[in-house]
Design a binder for this molecule. Structure first.
Ligand code: CMC
Length: 443
């Protein structure tokens, strides 16, 4: 914390070396020295800057938190300029190549890769919690036939808190662990139920002989066969997609989970806030927009014309550009490879040809190069989902399943962080003040 000097000059008592920021408040002429820690200054250090004694003190204004760190986190590292994404320090490329989603979920949640016995127990625990209470199934059947699956997921995850009322004991680490397992285990079940509901097909119960992605495919696609055998190439491609989507530090939905969770509500309710945030087209819906764009372009020979329209400002090239990555989104490179594996099983989608042509032209074009616009994770993921026969409304659901591990890892970090309190931003009030009530006849 910094302090003011008697002369109005302030010397930092916490700042060491040149790790400080000197600020002069021109309203008063007073100068303050604020410590810089980890490349940040504390917003609360500005509160001491007052225009008068009864002044509340200076606040910072940052709609959408574009330059405000809301937490310390050891979960995910992103360097957008260099195109780096790491979970707990492990590069996403290595995890996508060598790990499984369930192991990555362990890593995100526990901070370290599991030993074999730890992984065995983790897989076992998740596998035996894949079933949901029959009443969950019943109320999901009550949704309208055309209910959006993301809305169904949101409602049913929220409702899980009523099936596990003990979940609000968030101070107990054993309790937190069991709810963590339940969330990871039941999310694919609820997602698949929502899909089957939309298809008018009976819900399929989990098959605990199968691994996490294989069981999800089973619950999505099993029909009359006695035992569903997932294609290992599809299961692996799905697992890679799950790994790539598992966490992405303080994005909109994760911030929602942390913010709602900061009220000390149970984790089902906090994760429901994350699902609601992901539902929005600016977050979980861009892959759908990519698919619609490719369908609209229609053929490879129309790509040049489409790009000219983008450059003229008519529309955006969906699946390109990113707020954080000003270089290749490392996830896009990995997904492109997974697309090939999926198409080997499902047959090539003609939209791929258009996508490849778009990418080729855009990566050579001055407009996109100078603005550092590269393909992002959504450019190719929609093609995979479509190849799996999924309606576009399922795309954000496919994102929510793996992001659950990231949400829970961040929630666990938050509830154990002594620096965190209930999230409560300030405002700049712009309305009227102290008006006398006007009777109906005088308005
Ligand atoms: N197509 C054409 N021009 C673009 C695009 C694009 N996809 N993205 C940005 N630009 C232009 C933009 O018009 C601006 O040009 P100018 O400087 O001439 O005004 C410049 O590039 C900088 O763009 P910006 O809007 O300031 O960048 P941003 O960081 O605010 O936006 C973005 C990032 C992802 C919202 C944006 O790139 C976009 O809308 N992309 C398309 C939608 C999309 O693919 N979204 C998925 C994001 S990845 C999902 C996730 O990780 O959650």
């Amino acid at each position: 914390m910094s302090t003011e000097t008697t002369s109005g000059q302030v010397s930092g008592n916490g700042a060491s070396g040149n790790q400080s920021l000197t600020v002069t408040d021109n309203r008063t002429g007073k100068t303050f020295e604020l410590p810089i820690t980890d490349g940040t200054v504390k917003a609360m250090d500005f509160r001491q800057m007052k225009a008068a004694d009864d002044d509340f003190g200076l606040m910072t204004y940052d709609p959408a938190f574009t330059n405000t760190a809301s937490c310390r986190s050891a979960v995910t590292f992103i360097d957008g300029d260099a195109g780096i994404l790491e979970y707990r320090g492990y590069p996403i490329e290595q995890l996508a190549e060598k790990s499984t989603y369930v192991e990555v979920a362990y890593l995100l949640i526990h901070g370290e890769l599991p030993t074999q016995p730890q992984l065995d127990k983790w897989v076992h625990d998740i596998t035996v919690h894949t079933f949901v209470h029959e009443n969950v199934k019943s109320f999901m059947q009550g949704f309208r036939h055309d209910a959006h699956p993301m809305g169904m997921l949101c409602g049913s995850v929220g409702a899980l808190s009523t099936f596990y009322p003990d979940a609000n004991d968030i101070k107990d680490p054993i309790n937190r662990n069991i709810q963590t397992i339940r969330l990871l285990a039941k999310m694919p079940t609820l997602a698949a139920f929502a899909y089957r509901h939309g298809m008018g097909q009976p819900y399929v119960y989990p098959d605990n002989d199968l691994d996490y992605p294989g069981n999800f495919l089973n619950m999505m696609y099993k029909m009359t066969e006695l035992k569903y055998q997932p294609d290992p190439r599809l299961a692996r491609a799905l697992d890679i997609l799950f790994i790539l989507h598992a966490d992405h530090e303080q994005n909109c939905s994760t911030s929602a989970v942390r913010s709602v969770g900061s009220s000390q509500v149970d984790p089902y309710s906090a994760v429901t806030a994350g699902i609601a945030a992901l539902y929005g087209p600016l977050h979980g819906g861009a892959n759908e927009a990519v698919l619609r764009m490719l369908q609209r372009i229609g053929s490879k020979d129309k790509v040049r014309e489409f790009i000219d329209g983008v450059k003229a400002g008519n529309e955006k090239l969906m699946g390109f550009g990113h707020r954080v990555y000003k270089n290749f989104d490392p996830r896009a490179t990995i997904i492109k490879k997974a697309v090939d594996d999926v198409f080997e099983v499902t047959g090539v989608n003609p939209l791929l040809e258009i996508a490849l042509e778009l990418e080729k032209i855009a990566l050579e074009d001055e407009y996109f190069v100078s603005r550092k616009l590269y393909p992002n994770v959504d450019f190719y993921s929609g093609l995979i989902y479509e190849a799996l026969g999924l309606p576009t409304s399922m795309f954000p659901v496919m994102f929510a399943i793996p992001r659950t591990s990231g949400w829970v890892a961040q929630w666990l970090e938050m509830v154990q962080d002594p620096e965190q309190k209930i999230a409560r931003p300030r405002q700049i009030y712009t309305g009227d003040r102290t008006r006398d009530y006007v009777g109906m006849g005088s308005r």
